[in-house]
Design a protein around this ligand. Structure first.
Ligand code: PMP
Length: 605
């Protein structure tokens, strides 16, 4: 039967909506008259008459359009002038104008690294940086948010790469905190890596003359030796659109030749270049405006007992996506435009209100917002960035590789450290892994949670579900996980997947897709023996392509020193454990193994 695209899309959208993820443009538009605590127009430059006039003059003189790609005669003298001004402002040799920040990140990263290289990325980096890393085909290593120790460990074990690029936001757009740029630059110097800083939420706000987070770090003594480029987006504090890559003249020349999102796109409108020129002038001279925006953010955070923000974004954690939506709705009804941020923009547990403070917000407006937020229900107890995800997913390279034994080991080790629980979301076949873990881990009844789905056919989840006349709804899995997290906020939750990583839950949706959405910490279990190298390296590639980095690799079976060494060298996994086939699979055997192998670091990383 012919497929029906619209029907398929409606069904997909219904599932999206059921998971509370649906957005509608009409609902997102700002209602007139609301107080803006939502947009990235930090300094109010979007509506500044001098900026608007500069755009108008540019249009009158150079026409409305970019007309062609820059290399084919497009653009105007204002484009080059804006590039010179951006370079001068940021203290770089040169700059190149892209149509937007997303394209600037794509162009920059894909021009610098390729297959055989490594990109090291903060887990909370913006989607454009993640997509840029993926598109480059370099291997992607993700470290926990602002975790310098993990960054150092990754740099130490990726020496085999031709080139290593560390990519970060200066101030994180969703969490509002600062990257430790000075230390990151130092680590790059020590390990022969290069640093890229996306200044989207720091330019015009931090540093001398508002030159950004890097400029602030440099003023505090950071060495620029390893800074390879900064991305200055024009759509945030500058109030326009477009973005500059500010770097050495050599790199800019390289981008002009190699950055496909620059080479193969029409030059931005002269209005953009003209307005950017005016906005950069105002921003550089805008000490008073930035002080107001930053002051509001500090005041608001202090009133809500939240950590001091890095610049002008204050994330206010919410218990869940629904609570965040309700809180934002109530504030908008009271005339304050505040936006809820929920998955997939942020990890599952990270629903929040993202408050943006502007120079044009008044003290009275900030005071009212603080009062309403203090009184609002649904606030989560911890700061978003500080919340540690105590979930640990156990993924496998295949079925029958020893995931259940590793899960039991992890649960047993976790119970030594505090409250812990085990959950196998989807169980297929008559044998119950939950029961096995229950016995092996010596768990109490309440520590082994019932599966969300259980099917008698010993097959892949999608097939076993179909045989039982059912479908596995990823949205329901997510709800179930979120519910368990709420119910057991302090417990380490060991979650065992079914079979190999890419096994489908339903047609077109694999366990890896779910894991990418959940963005939970994970470990990988592989069989020790013939065929391990290929399965393990493929699975690592599949994980890293999804911005997922396993905390450890467990090789289960007879010792195989050469495999272990090859995987250490080529897999670049931080920790590799070997688990034997226990002659008698009993709790005491697991305890003996745990006495020899400390899993605390894996559980508490
Ligand atoms: N980087 C960061 C950190 C961002 O927040 C954004 C926009 N949200 C971008 C890049 C993309 O910039 P643009 O909107 O100009 O494409």
């Amino acid at each position: 039967m012919a497929s029906n695209l619209e029907e398929d899309l409606r069904a997909e959208m219904a599932a999206w909506e059921a998971a509370g993820l649906r957005r509608r443009l009409a609902e997102s538009e700002a209602a007139p008259g609301l107080v803006d605590f939502a947009t990235n127009d930090y300094l109010g430059l979007a509506g500044d008459p001098r900026v608007v006039e500069a755009a108008r003059a540019a249009l009158a003189e150079h026409g409305a359009g970019g007309r062609a790609a820059r290399l084919l005669g497009g653009g105007s003298p204002l484009h080059a002038a804006a590039e010179r001004a951006a370079a001068e402002w940021l203290g770089a040799e040169a700059a190149l104008l892209f149509p937007c920040g997303y394209q600037a990140n794509l162009g920059l990263v894909t021009s610098l690294v390729r297959r055989g290289d490594a990109v090291v990325s903060d887990r909370l980096n913006h989607a454009s940086l993640i997509d840029a890393a993926r598109l480059s085909r370099a291997r992607i290593f993700v470290h926990a948010h602002r975790d310098l120790d993990e960054l150092a460990r990754i740099l130490a074990r990726t020496r085999g790469a031709r080139r290593r690029l560390v990519i970060t936001e200066g101030v994180f757009g969703m969490d509002g905190d600062l990257a430790p740029l000075g230390e990151m630059a130092e680590f790059c110097a020590r390990h022969d890596a290069w640093l890229v800083v996306d200044e989207a939420h720091s330019a015009a706000l931090l540093g001398p003359r508002g030159a950004g987070a890097w400029a602030a770090a440099a003023a505090a003594g950071a060495s620029a030796e390893r800074l390879v480029a900064r991305v200055l987006t024009g759509g945030k504090a500058l109030g326009i659109t477009g973005a500059f890559v500010a770097a050495s003249a050599v790199l800019v020349d390289h981008l002009v030749n190699h950055a496909r999102p620059f080479v193969f796109t029409t030059a931005p409108s002269p209005a953009v270049a003209g307005a950017l020129l005016a906005a950069m002038q105002l921003a550089a001279a805008g000490d008073e405006r930035r002080a107001r925006a930053l002051g509001h953010a500090r005041t608001l955070a202090a009133r809500l007992a939240l950590p001091a923000p890095g610049a002008a974004v204050v994330p206010v954690p919410q218990a869940g996506a629904e609570e965040a939506l309700a809180a934002a709705g109530a504030l908008r009804a009271a005339g304050l435009d505040v936006r809820a941020i929920r998955p997939p923009t942020v990890p599952s547990a990270g629903a929040r209100l993202r408050i943006v403070c502007h120079s044009f917000n008044t003290d009275a407006e900030v005071d009212e917002l603080a009062r309403r937020l203090s009184a609002a229900p649904g606030r989560a107890a911890v700061a978003v960035a500080a919340a540690r995800d105590r979930t640990l997913v156990v993924a496998g390279t295949d079925t029958g590789v020893g995931k259940t034994v590793v899960s039991a080991l992890l649960l047993r080790a976790a119970r030594r450290l505090g409250p812990a629980a085990y959950w196998k979301p989807v169980q297929t076949g008559a044998e119950s892994d939950s029961e096995a873990v229950y016995d092996l881990a010596g768990a109490e009844g309440h520590e082994v949670l019932p599966p969300a789905w259980q099917f008698p056919l010993p097959a892949s989840p999608h097939e076993a579900a179909a045989a039982a006349g059912q479908t596995i709804e990823p949205a329901r899995l997510e709800e179930a996980l979120a519910g368990l997290r709420r119910m057991l906020p302090d417990a380490t939750l060991v979650v065992e997947l079914a079979g190999g990583l890419l096994v489908p839950y339903r047609s077109g949706y694999t366990q890896a897709d779910w894991l990418e959405r959940a963005a939970a910490p994970l470990v990988l279990v592989a069989r020790s023996g013939l065929g391990t190298l290929n399965h393990t390296l493929l699975t690592l590639e599949a994980l890293r392509a999804r911005h997922l980095e396993p905390r450890a690799l467990f090789l289960v079976g007879d010792r195989h020193d050469s495999n272990r060494e090859t995987l250490r060298r080529m897999g670049d996994v931080e920790r590799v454990f070997e688990v034997p086939r226990f002659p008698a699979l009993r709790p005491a055997a697991l305890d003996d193994w745990l006495d020899e192998n400390d899993l605390a670091e894996v559980l508490e990383a």
